[in-house]
Design a protein around this ligand. Structure first.
Ligand code: ATP
Length: 570
């Protein structure tokens, strides 16, 4: 059983978990009722903060009204108790309601066109509506007076045991989730949303799932907190508690399990022990502590402890999660219309505000063909690549990939057709190690990887994060990730930018080799004519948002305007 646990959650986590279980099991025997009640409160608040961390720390979704979820759980238990219904039923209903609210908020606030401020406004509205609803619906909630949850004598131990068991179960399940596909996707989205999208991960879905899990965990905390608090009033769902939990988490440290409990525990126990002595000065002390931590230890107390203990980057980079090995293709590629071109753009136009940038491009790229887009700066090459990849939606015209009309599709939907993307500035998960970068790409693979021994060195590279690699190595890692993901079509924006001449030529040969071995279609924006000569079956010259001429290198080189403007020939 112990070895199965080590396998599922990792050796480090299993040891920490075992120590925590022992400490929690010993507490009722060594603590008097009052400190035990305080510890229970600290644990449920810790669970509440841990719930927020699932959204904020793991998936980058900041909820500034998270007490709404806590309140739903707390009122679920309290209303059930007031009607002589088992509290577990009321609490479960509160958790279900929290999941529904989280999914609705996520769908509305995390859409492709939603602004970053939308989530802030929605989650703020959530807590205001919840607390006002609790104030106004007096027949159910007893208004501002709140609902007293009767706690009989000698039940402290019972509530403590319930809190400890629920908390242990939630943490254990979370550790298993972290090492699975969902955990990897949380990590990818938080590390670099753009790269994650181009590996086929749907950010809206992952973030909404994170918010739903987060809301559920916080509501569970509320449900078990109700009898511990003894009174559930509108403040249990209000803006003050919502703000406090943000502070607990920021102080404890985002993206770690210990951070949430550390932050909530410190502040709760401090409030109970120092609050009476210091009165309102205690709040000032908390404010100062918050500023000091944010200024000098932005990763919170848990991050500070990790730095002092000099924990290896592998765990730090993964936010505590050690990634499981390659999982094989995540999803099968949809069928292809064999007769259709791999890439087809029909009369595509793209404006930025009032400025037309792409002014009507028609282009067909056959399956397995390698084309290079060349042209002067500002011709619209990168923008056109962005239109093909789904980063820009065209004003007019249609885009087809592998026979599918993808004109309005998001980047992750196009990626699921096998569209791989390499950027002018290499896009890799900078805070993760190269091995973790590859593990994520392989886990999301759409086809078996392209075998390239050249990149095997990254498979074991987990001593330092990718941000410490040289530019050439980052580029190599980006290519290794995308090729191990198994693309059917590859869009590359100046893949050789910043590389030495030798590295550029080697890269061009590698790409050529990949195209010939796998039948992958390549569309590359490139300025270096030597690379274009090495790589391209066909060259397309763009100028002022239109195709000026296309053909073999010899054909376009012979074109007068191309010779004059782009090849420097008089
Ligand atoms: N997001 C944007 N918002 C507004 N204008 C943009 C945006 N992206 C590009 N442009 C403008 O569109 C025009 C075409 O830019 P684009 O990067 O596509 O050209 P390019 O041919 O790739 O040039 P280069 O070779 O220098 O990369 C430029 O005038 C650029 O300033």
């Amino acid at each position: 059983m112990i070895s199965a646990l080590r396998q599922r959650v990792g050796a480090g986590h299993a040891a920490a978990l075992a120590a925590a279980v022992l400490a929690l099991a010993a507490a009722p025997f060594v603590l008097l009722p009052y400190p035990l009640a305080l510890l229970t409160l600290a644990l449920v608040y810790g669970l509440f903060a841990f719930g927020l961390d699932v959204a904020w720390g793991r998936a980058g979704v900041v909820s500034i009204g998270h007490a709404a979820f806590f309140g739903l759980g707390a009122y679920g238990s309290a209303i059930a108790a007031a009607h002589d219904v088992p509290m577990v039923l009321g609490g479960t209903a509160g958790v279900a309601a929290a999941v529904v609210v989280a999914v609705l908020v996520g769908l509305a606030g995390l859409g492709r066109r939603a602004m970053p401020a939308t989530m802030a406004v929605l989650t703020l509205a959530m807590t205001l509506v919840m607390s006002q609803g609790a104030r106004s619906w007096t027949s159910l909630t007893n208004g501002t007076n709140g609902l007293v949850v009767f706690t009989g004598d000698g039940v402290v131990g019972t509530y403590y045991r319930t809190a400890a068991i629920v908390l242990g179960t939630v943490v254990l399940v979370w550790l298993v989730v972290l090492r699975g596909r969902l955990g990897r996707r949380f990590l990818a989205i938080r590390a670099d949303q753009q790269r994650a999208e181009h590996l086929g991960i749907d950010p809206r879905r992952v973030k909404t799932t994170a918010l739903a899990v987060s809301g559920a965990v916080s509501a569970v905390a509320g449900a078990i907190a109700a009898p511990v608090m003894g009174l559930v009033s509108p403040s249990a769902a209000g803006i003050v508690l919502s703000t406090e939990v943000l502070v607990w988490l920021a102080v404890g440290g985002l993206g770690t399990i210990s951070g949430a409990f550390l932050g909530a525990g410190l502040v709760t126990l401090g409030e109970q022990t120092l609050g009476d002595v210091l009165g309102s000065w205690y709040l000032l002390l908390m404010g100062v502590l918050f500023l000091v931590v944010v200024r000098f230890a932005p990763e919170g107390l848990a991050g500070l402890a990790r730095t002092l203990l000099r924990r290896p980057v592998r765990e730090k980079a993964a936010g505590g999660a050690v990634l499981a090995g390659p999982a094989g293709p995540a999803r099968a590629l949809p069928p292809v219309d064999g007769a259709a071109p791999a890439v087809s753009a029909q009369d595509v136009e793209k404006d930025f505000g009032p400025v037309p940038v792409i002014k009507g491009i028609d282009l067909r790229v056959g399956s397995g063909e390698v084309i290079c887009l060349i042209g002067p700066n500002g011709a619209g090459k990168s923008t056109f690549l962005g239109v093909l990849a789904g980063e820009h939606l065209p004003e007019r015209g249609r885009v087809q990939l592998a026979g599918h009309d993808v004109t309005g599709w998001a980047p992750h939907e196009r990626a699921r057709l096998g569209l791989g993307r390499l950027f002018q500035v290499p896009s890799v998960f900078l805070d993760l190690t190269p091995a973790q970068n590859l593990a994520i790409a392989r886990a999301e693979a759409v086809q078996p990887p392209v075998a390239l021994p050249l990149y095997d060195r990254f498979l074991e590279a987990d001593a330092a994060p990718a941000r410490e690699l040289s530019l050439a190595d980052r580029r190599a890692l980006e290519l290794a990730m995308v090729l191990s993901w198994g693309p059917r079509i590859l869009l590359l924006d100046e893949p050789a930018a910043g590389l030495s001449h030798e590295d550029s030529i080697a890269l061009a040969r590698t790409l050529r080799d990949v195209a010939e071995r796998t039948g992958c279609t390549l569309v590359a924006v490139e300025h270096d004519m030597e690379i274009v000569r090495e790589l391209a079956d066909r060259v397309v010259v763009l100028a002022d948002g239109r195709i000026l001429v296309e053909g073999s290198m010899e054909e376009v080189s012979a074109h007068d305007e191309v010779r004059r403007a782009y090849l420097g020939v008089a």
